[in-house]
Write a protein that binds this ligand. Structure first.
Ligand code: PLP
Length: 365
């Protein structure tokens, strides 16, 4: 019997077991080729079927209208931080960035490197350690804004925009850590990007979704070819060799997501997991202390909390590991505990953790 742990890592993160088992089964002889998917040409009909299926499943699961293109790129969210201003903030265009955490701050810094003061800060909660999201009344968005950039889920701090920022401007959004956690209306989004390694697959693939009018806005013929969204759209993400194995695993994950009822079913499980975990924290409010200060902003993907002392945090992580649960140590700048409960983490996994947490209070509270 293979030994598997319960994986609460923040990223790379756990993947649905059936998606991995499918890869295991097909590894040595992919689609009757006598080779693994890593060993066949990205121009072969066998690989092409996987590529097309990954694109089609993304469209289907997210309910994307025809005026959106799906791209499978590389470079992680980090390359997107730069590609976005390089492609979109030309010709004097300006944009407003909402700074809600470690990654939002990084996105803003990178955009400023490219576009200087054409990148403006719409709001920041840095003074409060990013422990909450800005209120609608705190957002300063220019009339001349081409887009509002935000981070839908703040992976480090554990806040999540369950209702998107109030503005009539188009959104550009880093959804690396919560894409496909639920169904949502994409119509206000000009561009969505997500490194796959949290909620979709392995690292090395950046799912990018771009609306046609945003694609038309890209004025980038002077940029190095790989950095042009338009070129990737024209070439169906096959301009150069794509990360074929990563896209293959992404396909397996998406096919599995469809088989269990799509994003509606996934949302139901995610909400249940949140109720269990936050319910436990609130039940033992004198022992576990949540990092996020506004309950409405609490993330259903990353749950940050502290025990009464850093020593107890360490004991908690060690004992959880002995009980088969890994990845619980908080992000270095915050400390404490971070539980990442992405789509691949089951309700049962969270029930096991909550049982452990209740018991831990009984022994140490
Ligand atoms: C992990 C993460 C990133 C960094 O992604 P890379 O793929 O390593 O570039 C950026 N944004 C968010 C929201 C993340 O969770």
């Amino acid at each position: 019997m293979t030994h598997r742990v319960i994986n609460f890592y923040a990223g790379p993160a756990g993947l649905p077991l059936p998606a991995l088992e499918r890869a295991q089964q097909e590894l040595l002889d992919f689609a009757g080729t006598g080779m693994s998917v890593m060993e066949v040409s990205h121009r072969s009909k066998e690989y092409d079927a996987v590529h097309e299926e990954a694109l089609a499943l993304t469209r289907e699961l997210m309910g994307l209208p025809d005026n959106y293109k799906v791209l499978l790129l590389q470079g992680g969210a980090h390359l997107s931080f730069g590609m976005i201003p390089l492609n979109l903030l030309r010709g004097g265009r300006k944009a407003d960035y909402i700074v809600t955490g470690n990654w939002a701050e990084k996105a803003t810094k990178e955009a400023k490197l490219v576009a200087g003061d054409h990148v403006r800060v719409a709001a920041s909660t840095k003074d409060e350690k990013f422990a909450r999201l800005p209120k609608a009344s705190e957002l300063k968005i220019g009339e001349d804004s081409a887009f509002v950039h935000f981070t839908s889920n703040n992976t480090v701090e554990g806040t999540q925009w369950k209702e998107f920022p109030k503005t009539d401007k188009p959104y550009v959004c880093d959804m690396s850590s919560d894409i496909m956690w639920r169904p949502f209306d994409v119509s206000q989004f000009g561009l969505i990007y997500a490194g796959a390694q949290k909620n979709l697959g392995p690292s090395g693939v950046t799912l990018t979704i771009i609306r046609e009018d945003f694609l038309e806005m890209c004025e980038a013929s002077d940029l190095p070819s790989y950095l042009r969204y338009k070129l990737h759209a024209e070439k169906n993400s096959l301009y150069n060799t794509p990360p074929t194995f990563g896209i293959y695993i992404l396909r397996n994950v998406l096919a599995y997501n469809k088989s269990i009822g799509g994003l509606k079913a996934i949302e139901t499980a995610n909400r249940k997991k949140g109720e269990l975990l936050y319910g436990c924290i609130d039940r033992h409010a004198g022992f576990y202390k949540g990092f996020v200060t506004e309950k409405a902003d609490r993330s259903l993907m990353n749950v940050d909390f502290f025990l009464p002392t850093p020593e107890l945090d360490d004991t908690f992580v060690k004992e959880a590991k002995k009980a088969g649960m890994v990845g619980l140590k908080g992000y270095r700048d915050i400390g404490g505990i971070r539980v990442s409960t992405y789509n691949a983490v089951s309700v049962q996994d969270v029930e096991t953790l909550v049982g452990f947490m209740d018991e831990f209070v009984r022994r140490n509270g």
